[in-house]
Ligand binder design. Structure first.
Ligand code: MGD
Ligand code: MGD
Ligand code: MO
Length: 763
């Protein structure tokens, strides 16, 4: 890994020429400069493929270039001309490859052939597909299904995901953790309680009608850059955009549309955020409580003076419960404590509350800055509280918007990838396929990790992703992993997770979504659900990376057939031959959302699944939307105001990565070049510790649980970040996160508030 960091503030906007240069560099790197641009024209188009990067919505009338810098990078990464050469695995032992960086492993290119681990030689060796399936089936049949875990990273299509979940239940378990367990699970727990729906209520059209946007803990410029277009349009209409983020992320500051010749030539930038609050990490609940308190105070004053109310009392009375208790708690919360915990001044919060109070329809959007905390679920509920006070759910231009991660992570849940049996129509599955589905709750990601460390889990099958690198507690996880009996990874590229394997291990290469998928009935397409509950098709158009690759549905069917007893109601081969038959099966299991699936996807080229909360129908226990009374402020374990030497570490994504996939070592918007091993720190926090700019340090986790967690080799970098907080990159920092340090109610690892101490290093 390089440690030649060059840090200089980046003066450009999000988008702009830097963005175009970055895309061209990436296409060049993947030897795809000429053809790559042609492929990109198909991205997010009705007859094209759906971007493999984030889950941001696709407009009904797409722009000529409906892609962004990072979507283009993700495309280049998948359609790369680089292939792992046949001789590669003969020439490299697993032990040697463990010394490689994440970036170097994936830079070898696409995996081409199924492989089996040869332990004696410590190498991956080629295997025939049918032999691999047979042996996996034999192993699974010998194991207790409840001791096995079937993980899914959020990219697989609705068709593949449905088959994966069904296979797990037919085999006998609900151990279906997915990447969402490390991501928006705080949303999936919090929103159903609050509004009776596990997903956001916003559609793309609402952006054109909103007159206020509140944005918490999301990095739009790097992680959902296409959202910059509706944000830019809103900003131009004068819509206030009120941003809460410890870091001044460039995407929230200003944007130049790289697809507008005029903006590119004139260098015109649009200011995005009208107020930028650098909240402390984990301080959002206090900040939002402050906003609510100010709203209640403003409401009392306005009504006393005979002016219009600040609270939508009619909505609150008709549609909500818990208002009085919540309002009492907000009124009682002392301002000095709210200020200390949020790091924001009362005056600033009150002024922002007043802006919000003047709006007719507001959107509250958020990302990992809210969900990845010990109080992640409460953070989500607090944001909903703020929206409910002014009736901002279930009317045009208003609503809550969790900005999801992986391109189909939300859809996977919709078709049954979940450890929670209550979320799946098990009775319908039972009738449809004639079996008794397992009823006991399965393991989520953290529980799967606990099971692996304890030896209770015996097999891990991964449908994509890089589980071992993405989860916390890296050292204990890597030590425990080889004790698994069976590990199977379905992947497109080699990653570190493929270097830790069970006694019996397979690495199975699959087609990516951008590639042509020919089956018995002809070319296939798949479907995905975006962050706005819209289901749309995705047609692969590029020649497959190699002749031996199989599609995810084909691989799942292969393993399932080798594992399960024959069942005439399960037409695995027919499903693989024609994905429309899988969609028929999905429609039969989930008729409310997917009735006439094939006809609608052909006719409408995409449809929204119904969401009662949009119509103010609340599928909660009480039938109303619920206010959450926040726990006492000093019960928040994220914000420990006591030991001054302890900092709160935020683990971040750079602009040059997709999760554990590291494209390169630059983070343009944050002015970091040439290294990922930087520690972003407030100038005073560095000075207080006698740390000069560029000093070499280690981080150690500041918890007393008998485990020493340490990562070495960061360069101290003065940065505009609230005092007491620091930031460094994920996944390099994952060894610092204790497995038990997770959102209390959703078990999302609390990756945005890890207590750490800095240790100077010689050199
Ligand atoms: N290019 C690219 N796109 C991606 C991804 C990628 O890695 N690369 N990953 C995809 C996935 S799976 C996901 S989940 C999303 C993730 O996208 P985001 O939700 O944007 O996640 P992060 O980049 O982890 O961090 C989000 C922001 O939270 C801020 N933050 C940290 N702590 C706090 C806090 O306590 N409060 C507040 N208010 N803010 C805080 C950080 O400064 C950062 O700007 O993006 C998806 N899209
Ligand atoms: N410290 C810290 N940890 C985090 C986070 C954080 O912010 N901080 N974020 C968390 C979040 S939000 C998430 S979503 C997880 C991400 O966790 P994962 O989803 O498990 O990880 P990815 O890095 O997205 O997976 C990358 C791998 O997926 C495989 N792949 C790519 N495309 C395909 C495909 O089409 N099919 C198949 N089968 N495989 C494919 C490739 O082999 C690639 O190496 O990490 C979590 N971990
Ligand atoms: Mo995610």
């Amino acid at each position: 890994m390089t440690d030649k960091a060059r840090i200089a503030p980046y003066s450009g906007p999000a988008g702009g020429w830097g963005s175009l240069r970055s895309v061209e560099e990436r296409l060049l790197e993947e030897h795809r400069l000429a053809s790559g641009n042609a492929v990109l024209l198909r991205q997010n188009k009705p007859a094209g493929y759906s971007c493999v990067s984030c889950s941001w919505a696709k407009p009904a009338e797409p722009r000529a270039f409906e892609y962004c810098e990072n979507g283009a990078k993700a495309t280049a990464w998948e359609i790369t001309r680089k292939r792992v050469p046949r001789a590669f695995f003969a020439g490299h032992t697993i032990a040697a490859l463990r010394g490689w960086t994440d970036q170097a492993l994936e830079a070898e290119g696409r995996l081409l052939q199924p492989m089996r681990l040869d332990h004696a030689a410590d190498r991956w060796v080629p295997v025939q597909w049918e032999e691999a399936f047979r042996e996996i089936g034999r192993e699974l049949r010998a194991l207790d299904p409840r001791s096995t875990v079937f993980y899914a990273s959020g990219r697989a299509s609705l068709e593949a995901s449905y088959m994966w979940g069904l296979f797990a239940r037919l085999y006998g378990h609900n151990n279906l953790p997915d990447s969402s367990n490390m991501c928006h699970e705080s949303t999936s727990v919090g929103l159903p309680e609050a509004i009776g729906a596990p997903v956001g209520t916003i559609t793309l059209e609402d952006f054109a009608r909103t007159d206020c946007i509140l944005a918490f803990g999301q990095n739009v410029g790097s992680n959902s850059p296409r959202m910059l277009h509706p944000l830019q349009e809103a900003a131009r209409r004068g819509v206030p955009i009120l941003t809460f983020n410890p870091l001044r992320e460039r995407g929230w500051e200003r944007f130049t549309n790289p697809q507008s010749p005029r903006e590119m030539l004139t260098g015109a930038e649009t200011r995005i955020a009208s107020r930028y609050h650098q909240v402390r990490a984990g301080g959002d609940s206090a900040a939002i409580l402050g906003l609510c308190k100010a709203l209640l105070e403003g409401d009392a004053a306005a009504r006393a003076a005979g002016r219009p109310a600040w609270i939508d009392h009619g909505f609150v009375a008709e549609h909500t419960e818990g208002f009085e208790a919540f309002a009492a708690a907000a009124r009682a919360a002392p301002w000095p404590e709210l200020e200390a915990r949020s790091g924001l001044a009362r005056a600033a919060l009150a002024e922002t509350a007043a802006i919000y109070a003047r709006s007719r329809a507001a959107i509250g959007l958020y990302g990992m800055g809210l969900t990845q905390h010990r109080k992640g679920v409460e953070n989500v509920r607090m944001l909903v509280n703020l929206l409910l006070l002014r009736g901002n759910v279930g009317k045009p231009g208003a609503g809550v918007l969790p900005v999801r991660g992986h391109s189909n992570v939300q859809g996977q849940r919709t078709v049954g990838i979940t450890e929670k049996p209550a979320l799946v129509p098990l009775d319908r599955l039972a009738a449809q396929y004639g079996f008794a589905p397992p009823r006991e709750t399965g393991m989520n990601t953290v529980e799967a990790c606990e099971g692996i460390i304890a030896g209770r889990v015996r097999a891990f099958l991964g449908l994509g992703g890089n589980f071992l690198r993405a989860v916390p507690e890296t050292a204990a996880m890597e030590a425990a992993w080889p004790r698994l009996r069976l590990t199977v990874q379905v992947a497109t590229k080699l990653n570190r997770g493929h270097l830790f394997n069970g006694e019996v291990a397979f690495l199975l290469p699959c087609l990516g979504r951008i590639e042509r998928d020919e089956q018995a009935s002809g070319p296939q397409f798949v479907t995905c659900e975006d962050t706005m509950t819209k289901i749309h098709p995705s047609h692969g158009r590029v020649a497959p990376a190699g002749p031996r690759l199989r599609s995810e549905p084909a691989i799942i069917a292969g393993i399932a057939k080798a594992t399960l007893p024959p069942n005439p109601r399960l037409p695995w081969d027919e499903w693989v031959g024609d994905y429309a038959r899988v969609r028929d099966a999905i429609a039969a299991t989930y008729p409310e959302a997917f009735h006439d699936f094939n006809a609608r996807i052909a006719r409408e080229r995409g449809f929204h699944r119904p969401l009662p909360a949009r119509q103010r129908v609340w599928k909660t226990q009480s039938g109303k939307a619920g206010f959450l009374t926040p726990p006492a402020l000093d019960e928040d374990p994220d914000i420990d105001l006591r030991p001054p030497e302890v900092l709160q570490l935020i683990t971040l994504r750079s602009n040059d990565q997709f999760n554990t996939t590291i494209y390169g070592y630059d983070d343009r918007f944050r002015g970091v070049r040439g290294s990922r091993m930087v520690l972003l720190l407030h100038r005073e926090d560095a000075a207080r510790r006698g740390l000069a700019e560029g000093a070499l340090v280690a981080l150690e986790t500041a918890v007393e649980d008998g485990i020493r967690r340490r990562v070495e080799g960061f360069r101290v970098t003065a940065y505009d970040i609230p005092p007491g907080c620091c930031a460094a990159y994920y996944p390099e920092c994952n060894p610092l996160i204790p497995l038990w340090h997770h959102a209390e109610r959703s078990k999302v690892p609390a990756a945005k508030s890890v207590p750490v101490r800095i240790r100077p290093m010689p050199g």
